[in-house]
Structure formats: structure tokens, C-alpha cells
Design a binder for this molecule. Structure first.
Ligand code: ZN
Length: 163
């Protein structure tokens, strides 16, 4: 079965940046399951998956535009120290979730001054060209419930956010 929209794909991956440094890998863990065609994974990788089959191994180079986006300097903001509810949060490199309009973003503290904290709301991988080594382990049709939710339900692990 080759991969098309509305199928559940199970795959192993290793993600490296432009310098060949490993950023993330499913090696030694459970493979990752996602629902093809529903934006569950970055657009460039979803595109590369189309038409692949069980047992396929390939490598895909994903540009920032098709990955986590370009860096936007407007997303780097200066925040008053007093605006932080939890002073323990204020550490270089600390990451937390923020709501920017409708979007959930990961914010990273990139600078600490007396009263001014610099917060970068770009995705940590924004601007990076990414290489994925992928191995396709399984492909199956999604259930109706999965299709209506737009994500995979695997075994006893039924995770639900807001929708
Ligand atoms: Zn669900």
C-alpha cells in the first residue's frame, strides 16, 4: 500500500540540521504515527511521504519554508521582568508555551537584563534546513473517528487537545 491522504503512517526517523547534528530521532523509541494529509507533520515531509510504501527508506531535505518557517525578527520581543508570573521561569534557554492570537507558540528566553527579558517566539527550528532519514514501517487506512478528529488514535493512547 503506498501512502496517500487519509492513511495512518508509522515511521522511524532521524532528524539532522544543516551541520549534520542529530536534533531528534525515534531510534530506540516507538515509531511515530501520524495521519497523512491533515497537517500533522511539517508540509515538506508530508509531501515526501506521498507515494512511499512499507519498507521504503529514504532521506528528505526540507527547506525552512516547508519546515518550521523562516525566522521572523518581529517574533523576538522584549518583556518586562514584572510580566512573568513565575520568576523561576526566567532562565536563559527556558522554553514555555505562549498564545499568540489563535496560535500556540513555543517561546524561548534568549536574553536576560535587569528588568528586560528577551523572548524569542520563533519555533526553535525556524530557519533551519532539515534532513530526515525515514523508514516506513506500516501504512493503514484511518478509521472514521480518526478522520473526523484529524489525528491518529493508537491503542490506549487517545490524546485529545481542544478539538
Ligand atoms: Zn481524537
Amino acid at each position: 500500500m503506498s501512502i496517500q491522504d487519509n492513511q495512518v503512517v508509522s515511521f522511524h526517523y532521524t532528524l539532522t540540521d544543516g551541520d549534520g547534528k542529530v536534533l531528534d530521532t525515534s531510534d530506540g523509541r516507538e515509531p511515530l504515527d501520524y495521519l497523512q494529509g491533515h497537517g500533522n507533520i511539517i508540509p515538506g515531509l508530508e509531501k515526501e511521504m506521498t507515494g512511499k510504501a512499507i519498507g521504503d527508506k529514504f532521506s528528505a531535505v526540507i527547506t525552512p519554508e516547508e519546515g518550521y518557517g523562516l525566522r521572523e525578527e518581529g517574533l523576538v520581543q522584549s518583556v518586562q521582568r514584572s510580566q512573568f508570573q513565575d520568576p523561576d521561569q526566567i532562565q536563559l534557554g527556558a522554553q514555555f508555551q505562549v498564545k499568540a492570537g489563535e496560535e500556540q507558540r513555543i517561546a524561548t528566553i534568549t536574553g536576560i537584563d535587569e528588568e528586560i527579558i528577551t523572548v524569542d517566539m520563533n519555533h526553535p527550528l525556524a530557519g533551519e534546513t532539515l534532513t530526515f532519514q525515514v523508514e516506513i514501517l506500516a501504512v493503514r487506512d484511518a478509521t472514521q473517528e480518526e478522520l473526523s478528529h484529524g489525528h491518529v488514535h493508537s491503542g490506549d493512547h487517545h490524546h485529545h487537545s481542544s478539538s
